[in-house]
Design a protein around this ligand. Structure first.
Ligand code: SF4
Length: 417
């Protein structure tokens, strides 16, 4: 059951495990409540070789019910504390949320709706593994008010999926896509990774074209990264697998060009959408809006009206989380750091950063901060890697071009100097 108002277990309140937040001392009016909520379901049936997300095997059937109770209790506390405004977006991600039954997902969504109202057009997304997709499950998700399905396809090459130990094989991915297209009335987003070991340039492009043929409104296209601590990293280090990162870049570029040509617009470094189908939840992060994360391993950030922020990260000890949702780390983000993060996130998008919004948040002219007249931005603009767009009399958007986005990190380094 969700915690009763006033039960005092709000994660942002003083507790033996978490320092009192500034809001405890000065009141909630200082910060901007979140209208985006992320719920983390940290369970997977098996671990993919490249994965560095926090996920654990779901080894007992009792966990989902207890986990949902704990997540709802945490969300109730955030609401009680004034951190959650009526929701514009809800994102249930993982891990593999589709390991939970449709009835459990329904209990989660209706439980949240009992705690905090949803805006009428609230974007409600669930991440799913193709292996879990079947007509009754989709029907259950629809009844649970899920409106957007994010399918982890990753590749349509048999060799590639097998080589990184993905649970679903290429055949199951295609069956799931057929099933979604026949039975799913909501939006569809698909994840694809360029450069999965075992993939060839030909198989990658064939897979991308096949996927595009299903017409998902949204496609996230990533280049594989070999991250320390993963199985893939160990295999590359041991020379068992060639480092796939170089080929990944070439494939990613070919994929980007194909998607753009077919009408999916790149609106963020790795994300492509048909007009109007951008992921509103992820835009919350890229626009540095407050968001709440609930669940073991989830993080949230609340921005204050003075431009500073605080961020918390819940414990990754699931048993600890089930007992005590206040077990977390809190990080103070100074106004200067928040300002740089705002640029770092905003410049990931093709929309870029609005001078008006930046000034409203920090009281500092964006032009001055990014060197729009004679500094870093001006130099990039001269090379055709950045552009400014006049939106209205008092608003200009500053953004990197598609070419400029390829060198985002270098641009950010220059902004730091
Ligand atoms: S399914 Fe996703 S979260 Fe789970 S191990 Fe694979 S990549 Fe990681």
């Amino acid at each position: 059951m969700p915690a009763k108002p006033g039960s005092g277990i709000c994660p942002l309140s003083a507790s033996p495990n978490c320092k009192p937040s500034r809001e405890e001392k000065t009141g909630p009016a200082l910060y901007i409540p979140a209208s985006s909520l992320y719920v983390h379901i940290p369970f997977c049936k098996s671990k993919c070789d490249y994965c560095d997300f926090f996920s654990l095997p779901l080894d007992t059937a009792e966990i989902p019910a207890r986990y949902l109770d704990a997540a709802l209790a945490e969300i109730a506390c955030h609401r009680e504390k004034g951190c959650l405004a009526p929701l514009k977006t809800l994102y249930i991600g993982g891990g593999t949320p589709s390991l939970f039954s449709a009835a459990q997902i329904s209990r989660l969504v209706s439980g949240i709706a009992g705690i905090v109202p949803f805006e009428p057009d609230c974007e409600i997304t669930l991440e799913a593994n193709p292996d879990d997709i079947a007509p009754p499950y989709l029907d259950g998700l629809r009844q649970a008010e899920i409106r957007r399905l994010s399918l982890g396809i990753q590749s349509l090459s048999k060799n590639a999926l097998c080589s990184v130990h993905r649970r679903s094989n290429a055949e199951r991915c295609l069956e799931a896509l057929d099933c979604v297209r026949e039975n799913w009335p909501g939006r569809l987003s698909c994840d694809l990774i360029a450069g999965v070991p075992g993939e060839t340039p030909a198989s990658f492009l064939k897979g991308l074209k096949t996927l595009a043929g299903y017409g998902p409104e949204h496609i996230s296209l990533y280049a594989i990264t070999v991250t320390e601590g993963t199985s893939l990293y160990r295999k590359v280090k041991a020379g068992l697998v060639p480092n796939p990162e170089e080929l990944a870049e070439t494939l990613w570029l070919a994929g980007r060009d194909y998607l753009e040509q077919e009408g999916w617009r790149q609106y963020e470094v790795s994300n492509f959408a048909k007009p109007g189908a951008e992921c509103r939840h992820n835009l919350t992060y890229w626009q540095s809006e407050s968001y709440i994360g609930a669940g073991s391993g989830a993080a949230g950030t609340l921005y204050r009206r003075d431009g500073s922020a605080f961020r918390y990260t819940n414990t990754t000890d699931v048993s600890g989380y089930l007992e005590q949702q206040t077990n977390r780390e809190i990080e103070e983000i100074s106004r200067e750091t928040a300002q740089f993060e705002y640029l770092m996130m905003g410049f990931r998008t093709r929309h870029g950063v609005s001078s008006k919004r930046f000034f409203e948040r920090f009281g500092v002219p964006l032009e001055k901060r990014i060197g729009a007249e004679s500094g870093a931005f001006a130099a990039w603009e001269k090379q055709g890697l950045a552009a400014q767009h006049n939106e209205a009399a008092a608003e200009t958007r500053y953004a990197l071009t598609a070419e400029g986005l390829l060198f985002l990190n270098r641009f950010l380094e220059e902004l730091m100097d």
